[in-house]
Design a protein around this ligand. Structure first.
Ligand code: NAP
Length: 279
């Protein structure tokens, strides 16, 4: 019987997850299909019933359900508990398990790019993706400053995720942001500034003077693949990392959890890139 997997969110909009997950199943000749199921909050229970009954074998979970779905699961991994968010649900023989593969994906993007650990890092944003990034950066041993439009949200994620870390917070529009960014070896953007269809698609969260060669700038926004932030960082000679690789890696980790098979990363990346260009 064909196993069914899906991504759920609301509204789901255009998601490229079906393109790259299906490519992985097909490449490994696994009899499975992966679809996008737009799921309003009052239908999450139905999706969980689908998992418990075997109509679905696994789910990816996206905005706005990453937090709300936790209550319907039988257990979550330590990483999911720490971030308070689940993006992968697996139907196991003894119940539904939630995991958060965004954290491992962020760590792997930085590892693949040979970014040294234990360095000064500026994290922009304090939303859901920032929580995963803060856990990932803490695990790398980086010294993190969190900058956000709403400073209280930045303070809150430090209290929740890294209370003993001594990490500083700062307002994104603070006059000292440019110097702080310039002195940071690694800059990670998790705000939605620069995102196509987002609140400020043509803006960069930092001025051009923030960047220089020798820095790494990682923008987890993947649509467009070159955001205004990355374009400015590239002009200054910084190493630039886009969000597509992270998106594929979080999905590849989900694939491995569901199937126990090594995900064909390059196949998934090519399919994801093609789907993104076509959308
Ligand atoms: P979220 O929870 O809604 O957080 C949004 C963040 O952006 C908050 O820090 C918010 O600041 C800030 N922000 C929004 N509009 C702003 C504006 N006009 N000016 C300044 N700051 C603004 O969203 P999320 O789930 O963290 O996602 C953020 C981005 O990451 C999205 O573009 C998403 O597509 C991307 N993402 C990528 C991946 C990947 O795999 N590559 C995974 C997850 C997310 P306040 O706290 O002040 O509101």
């Amino acid at each position: 019987m064909t196993d069914r997997y899906a991504v759920i969110g609301y509204p789901l909009g255009h998601t490229i997850s079906p393109a790259f997950q299906q490519a992985a199943f097909d490449h490994l000749n696994i009899d499975a299909c992966y679809e996008a199921i737009e799921t309003p909050p009052d239908q999450i229970g139905q999706r969980l019933d689908d998992l418990r009954s075997g109509r679905l074998s696994g789910l990816n979970v996206t905005i706005p359900h990453k937090t709300g779905i936790v209550a319907g699961l039988d257990r979550v991994t330590d990483t999911a508990r720490l971030t308070g968010a689940v993006n992968t649900v697996t139907a196991t023989h003894d119940g539904l398990e939630g995991d958060n593969t965004d954290v491992a994906a962020i760590q792997e993007v930085l590892r693949r790019a040979n970014v040294p650990t234990g360095i000064d890092c500026l994290l922009l944003g304090a939303g859901g993706a920032a929580r995963a990034a803060l856990v990932a950066l803490s695990r790398r041993g980086d010294r993190v400053t969190i900058a956000n439009r709403t400073t209280s949200n930045a303070q809150q994620i430090v209290r929740d995720l890294a209370p003993d870390s001594g990490f500083n917070t700062i307002a994104l529009d603070s006059p000292s942001m440019t110097a702080l960014a310039h002195n940071s070896r690694l800059i990670v953007n998790t705000t939605s500034i620069g995102m196509h269809g987002g609140p400020a698609p043509d803006r960069s969260p930092l001025p051009d003077e923030a960047f220089h060669a020798g820095q790494t700038v990682f923008d987890i926004v993947y649509r467009p693949t070159t955001t205004p932030l990355l374009a400015a960082a590239a002009r200054a000679g910084a190493t630039c990392l886009g969000g597509l690789e992270m998106l594929i890696l979080q999905g590849a980790h989900s694939f491995q959890i569901w199937t126990g098979r090594k995900p064909p990363f390059n196949v998934m990346l090519a399919a994801g890139r093609q789907a993104l260009e076509a959308s």
